[in-house]
Design a protein. Sequence first.
Length: 338
Amino acid sequence: MIARRDLFRGTAGMLAASALVPALDACAKSSPKASSPGASGSGGGGKAITLGFSQVGSESGWRTANTQSIKDAAGKAGITLNFSDAQQKQENQIAAIRNFIAQKVDVISFSPVVTSGWDAVLTEAKNAKIPVILTDRQVDSDQSLYVCLVGSDFEAEGERAAHLMEKVLAGASGPITMAQLEGTSGSAPATQRAAGFKKVMDASDPSWKIVISQDGNFTRDGGKQVMAAFLQSHPDINALFAHNDDMAIGAIQSIVAAGKKPGTDIKIVSVDGVHDGFVAMSQGQINAIAECNPLLGPQLMDTVKAVLAGQTVDRWIKTKESDFTADQAAAALPSRQY
Ligand code: GYE
């Protein structure tokens, strides 16, 4: 096990994150008609629309809710959905997008598993005059290769999680030894949540140290295994930032197995706000969650229709999100939609 504190504390993550966000912010509006000459030819004017969608996989509760939302919203919008699950592998997503191009779908959307390596396939889609709408995660490709992004601001989520951690740790006595469970290495949410969290933590109590940070691939099993190893190498860990609820839930199992009390001996903040995360929070095992809303289906279908009708859309269609602490969990649980 190699401690990645230096990497995390260094500039690599920050550069990658800041290289992505301004690219989208810089151009608030675009004309999809101009950038997608084929868009007005099919799908608009009441014609049937076929959407090719490549999903990351089924790694988390967030992903399950996101997939359901996209399927439901496509059905309601009368859009034919050609859905493909990439099982968290970029090569599967590239193959799926190539298939969509060969099938001449009206529009392609995908949630890119990692940020880099999309230029070739996105250029193929552009040459085939098929507009591409990113959903959930960003890419580092030139923005002329896609119309827009429908998804969350992950750096802001990292900052919100850090402020929740400050709240949770307020009044704590003694040193704070923090660990971080990162999402899939090279993915936009992992890079940007880490950067946002670091930004706030760097300006926070200097005695709080992030001693270890590793990739748990956004899965429960990943969180469980990596946390078990963390506890072996750093038995003094007393705070954990997990990039999603599933990894936090996996980590809780390892914390209990190590004879410690999650939420008490080790304070835990995560991101997402899925049902099982709220259950753990209502039991005091997770202390706070920065919500990341997976219900992107309706916004995506509206955007598909707008793009195919040649309307101007925002470059980044963001999602509304809230923060929750353990004392709010039980009351909020029954009204959670995912
Ligand atoms: O937080 C995590 C999922 O990209 C926002 O991916 C998404 C993240 C989400 O696996 O649970």
